[in-house]
Design a protein around this ligand. Structure first.
Ligand SMILES: Cc1cc2nc3c(=O)[nH]c(=O)nc-3n(C[C@H](O)[C@H](O)[C@H](O)COP(=O)(O)O)c2cc1C
Length: 321
């Protein structure tokens, strides 16, 4: 018979597989008094790329959603308080168990270990509309909107992404931070590994380059992103609570994408670089606050994108015992 503490600890362990900005894994989990608490780990914040902690909080939102999916798939009803303590803003969520129920979200739970960021160009086959509908439903369940950048706005999105890439390329402090997180010693079990970086290749919309000089990286393969669709997650406000919700929504979108047999790569340089974010807001008709863009597509090859490392549960999850 599992104790509540064991159930909560297992959910936190599953959530370690969540994606995060530069694979910084900027979270801590604590199992205390039959509750599971999610905290930010500010020592892992990207000072140059993410000075406000938006991407850090979004990343923690992804971890929160992964933990909730793990509990739902075990048939555990969870009660969640988000940002429960105004005097302790590092405490992002407190999860308590509230009884048992029918297992739910099993497809999404099964997608957690199969999901990897795929930066290769996608196939010409179009992403079906019903998948986009399911992604939108998943995001809206967290109060987050999903806008699609259609053909008429794609040229302006291409300019927006290219501008972010140019400004980052000209910023030595950004380049130093990127180098730090793409050249990690193996024992840190974090960062973006060269095996997941894709060699430069012509594409419809440019992606942030993680490709280290002299590295082999991942071959781009036969795709040209012809069937890719470009989505933006946006919120009406722009507070830490919105960032957390955007992370939960992004997790719902990425896991549903994987469960549907498709692949994705987040594109957030367009949100991080203020000039690009302003362009993105104009693309959204200034309706709201862009939190992340995503490229979704049909993989152009059967070869799965490689996984990235994760820190050990014992280093990230505190338990009383
Ligand atoms: C908030 C956030 C922002 C991200 N931004 C980008 C990005 O701009 N470009 C990119 O290629 N990957 C981006 N990623 C993907 C991460 O680099 C990736 O999740 C991480 O390296 C772990 O790898 P995995 O997703 O394969 O598990 C982002 C992920 C998150 C959660």
């Amino acid at each position: 018979m599992y104790t509540s503490e064991e159930v909560l600890r297992d959910a936190a362990a599953t959530a370690l597989l969540a994606p995060s900005i530069f694979n910084t894994q900027p979270w801590r989990w604590e199992v205390r008094d039959s509750a599971l608490e999610l905290r930010t780990d500010r020592s892992r914040q990207l000072a140059v790329t993410d000075p406000m902690g938006r991407m850090l909080t979004i990343s923690c939102g992804l971890a929160l959603h992964h933990a909730l999916v793990a509990l739902a798939a075990e048939g555990r009803r969870a009660s969640v308080e988000r940002l429960p303590d105004e005097s302790d803003r590092g405490l992002l969520a407190r999860i308590t168990l509230a009884g048992v129920t029918e297992p739910a979200d099993v497809r999404l739970r099964d997608a957690i270990s199969r999901r990897h960021t795929d930066r290769r160009p996608f196939a010409e086959t179009a992403v079906p509309d019903d998948v986009i509908d399911r992604l939108r439903t998943g995001a809206e369940a967290r109060g987050v909107y999903l806008a699609e950048l259609h053909a008429d706005s794609l040229v302006r999105f291409q300019v927006t992404a290219a501008r972010a890439g140019e400004l980052d390329a000209d910023d030595p402090a950004y380049q130093a931070e990127l180098a730090e997180w793409t050249h990690r010693p193996a024992d840190t079990r974090d960062g973006v590994t060269p095996a997941t970086a894709v060699a430069p290749t012509p594409r419809k919309v440019p992606l942030r380059s993680f490709f280290p000089a002299g590295a082999e990286g991942l071959l781009p393969g036969p795709g040209h992103d012809g069937g890719a669709r470009y989505l933006v997650l946006w919120t009406t406000d722009d507070t830490p609570a919105d960032w957390l919700a955007a992370g939960e929504a992004m997790s719902a979108v990425l896991l549903e994408t994987t469960a549907s047999g498709l692949a994705a790569s987040p594109m957030t340089d367009v949100v991080e670089v203020p000039a690009s974010r302003a362009l993105l807001h104009r693309l959204l008709d200034n309706l709201g606050n862009a939190q992340a863009a995503l490229r979704i597509g049909v993989p152009a090859t059967d070869e799965a994108a490689p996984p990235t490392p994760r820190r050990a549960a014992g280093d990230v999850i505190d338990t009383d015992r």
